[in-house]
Write a protein that binds this ligand. Structure first.
Ligand SMILES: [Zn+2]
Length: 335
């Protein structure tokens, strides 16, 4: 495989604070010798662990982007032992467009890993992370939220892994992030995720969902900022006391049946609340036919007892849309 066409304007081995770019050459009508410029900040002070902090993997997930823009502006080298690499807008063209996917090649970055140096811009970005940035790090935090189409209870999550020691460390990172919910997450299709690349290189990966609806709130930003601060303490890079919520709940997602997906198109009427508890068989949503009056709605029922982790945000639904995600409350996520 050829080297990445992406080059960095920062020196990853230099002490101090550097704000620069990852430059991806792109030749187009408006700029024959142009580049996609992905902002990056490196804060380094001597030897120690490296944390890779990312947001904007999906361009319409604003809690992570905002929290990392704020961190990049405030973090000083004196506070750090080791290195912090911050990329608030991983898929910069998508973030610039305010969309989940890239307008350049329709690429969904978190379905494009491990990437390809000869692919479109999205696969080229994925490849740079896979072969250059992830190998530099010890721990990675990837900040997602629901974006325009989902609203999600703020949580940090780890995954079940064959490497039990790595699973244990990742779970500790997810709990130390300090959101009031920590989850062992089941992914619908993990093969092309950033998470899978990080974990397969033996590095700790903590992922999050921190709200949604294509916006942010004071509460969701506060959770995100506290989480980022806590994560750097967890990583042994900054000093301080981890700030924990008064009460933390643990949720397991055992399989794909956690996701309630629509088999109809129409108008969504939610009958359960985000963060609420539901019983198996309870009606969680109705879908109304808006082409006529007098028709019965279609009812969707909870597949299990549990906590409503996520819901579709727009009221208009199409077939295949995820309506509700239900997780199982557990006493511990350790095994
Ligand atoms: Zn996302």
């Amino acid at each position: 495989m050829r080297p990445s066409p992406i080059s960095a304007t920062v020196d990853f081995d230099a002490d101090g604070v550097q704000h620069g770019f990852l430059k991806l050459p792109v030749s187009h009508d408006e700029s024959a010798w142009g580049a996609v410029m992905i902002p990056i900040t490196v804060v380094k002070n001597g030897d120690g662990p490296t944390a890779l902090l990312t947001g904007g993997n999906h361009g319409d997930e604003y809690e992570g982007i905002t929290a990392l823009l704020k961190l990049a502006r405030r973090l000083t080298a004196e506070e750090v032992t080791g290195r912090v690499i911050i990329v608030p807008m991983m898929n910069q063209p998508a973030a610039q467009a305010g969309r989940r996917t890239s307008p350049m090649d329709r690429g969904n970055l978190n379905r494009s890993f491990p990437g390809d140096p000869d692919g479109g811009p999205t696969k080229q970005i994925a490849d740079y992370f896979t072969r250059y940035l992830v190998p530099m790090c010890d721990v990675a935090l990837d900040l997602h939220s629901g974006g325009r189409t989902l609203d999600i209870l703020p949580f940090a999550a780890a995954h079940r892994l064959d490497d039990l020691d790595l699973e244990r460390q990742s779970l500790k990172g997810a709990i130390d992030f300090g959101a009031s919910t920590a989850i062992m997450m089941y992914e619908l299709d993990a093969a092309a995720l950033y998470d899978t690349v990080v974990e397969s290189q033996g590095k700790v990966l903590v992922t999050t969902e921190l709200g949604g609806g294509g916006t942010s709130t004071p509460a969701s930003i506060e959770i995100s900022e506290r989480g980022v601060r806590n994560f750097l303490i967890f990583a042994g890079i900054t000093e301080g006391e981890i700030q924990r919520p008064p009460r933390q709940q643990y949720v397991e997602m055992p399989d794909a049946s956690c996701y309630v997906q629509s088999e109809h198109a129409g108008l969504l009427e939610m009958t359960c609340a985000l963060g609420g508890l539901v019983r198996q068989g309870e009606v969680v949503a109705r879908i109304w036919d808006i082409t006529r009056t007098g028709a019965e709605p279609v009812e969707y029922r909870a597949s299990r007892d549990g906590l409503v982790l996520a819901r579709r945000f727009p009221a208009r639904v199409e077939m295949g849309d995820t309506l509700v995600v239900i997780g199982e409350m557990v006493d511990t996520l350790e095994r």
